[in-house]
Design a protein around this ligand. Sequence first.
Ligand code: CAA
Length: 277
Amino acid sequence: MGNGIAQVFAQHGFNVTLIDVSDAVLQQAVNRIEGSLSKLQQKGKLSAEQVAGARERLGTGTSLSAAATSELVVEAVSENLALKSKIFRELDGLLDPDAIIASNTSSISITTLGAVTHRPAQVAGMHFMNPVPLMPLVELIRGAATDQEVIDTIHDLCLRLGKTPVLAQDYPGFISNRILMPMINEAVFALMEGVGTPEAIDTVMKLGMNHPMGPLELADFIGLDVCLAIMEVLHQGLGDDKYRPCPLLRRTVAAGHLGRKSGRGFYSYAQEAAIAR
Ligand code: CAA
């Protein structure tokens, strides 16, 4: 999601440095941003000047030191506590003491991430939704030690990004995934038990409940490994068996079928993956 977050900041007048592990990965991210900006221009949502401005404001780097002078860093690495903690420690040593470190985590504790730094008051959650350029919500998460001033700053920032911020307290899954993931997990149970085909389950939720995507289609879009990781956090953090990940979700992830990004999940995307490569 990092490319979408960087794009939205650049679109709204902020200088952004997108950091990733290699030039090849960064090039893919820049290509995605280019594609999205062109689409938004084609649809009349951005002018040619706005697209050019966004491109100018976007830089890239392969080292965290490229963020050393930033006032805000939004971390968006995979849902892995050890990896996020390592990055938070490193950023804490690099950034100005007043800088804010935010995480785009979908379920990992902001309080825990804040505690690995010497600035827990300036650590918060900024949870964007996918696809970031289109989705209006940003869930803001207040850790146990987060300053109200920091929440006010990131709240105003979201408004400047054209997003609607909603505040959640730091409990597993926050608001969004506390509600979304059990629904997706239940859809996987319904599939495992043969209650309906993937198409039937998704059609019921799309046409019966007006959801833009069915739960299985949405799970493929989010990434089945991400869905599983979030269910594990809910199960462990809330200690209730109603959050146990469905065995079919575990099995599908174990098979390497991670959804759209791997070309197969509950549906097959062979053609799409081939085009993306
Ligand atoms: N940038 C610019 N344009 C984009 C885009 C992007 N990143 N992604 C899609 N579009 C464009 C599409 O190309 C398409 O353009 P055309 O009309 O020219 O074809 C247009 O947006 C609309 O897309 P679709 O035609 O595919 O149809 P849609 O109306 O269904 O919109 C959608 C797509 C907004 C993704 C919609 O299906 C939707 O809202 N789905 C649910 C998304 C959702 O629930 N997201 C949250 C996931 S949870 C999460 O992110 C957090 C977590 O912690 C797990």
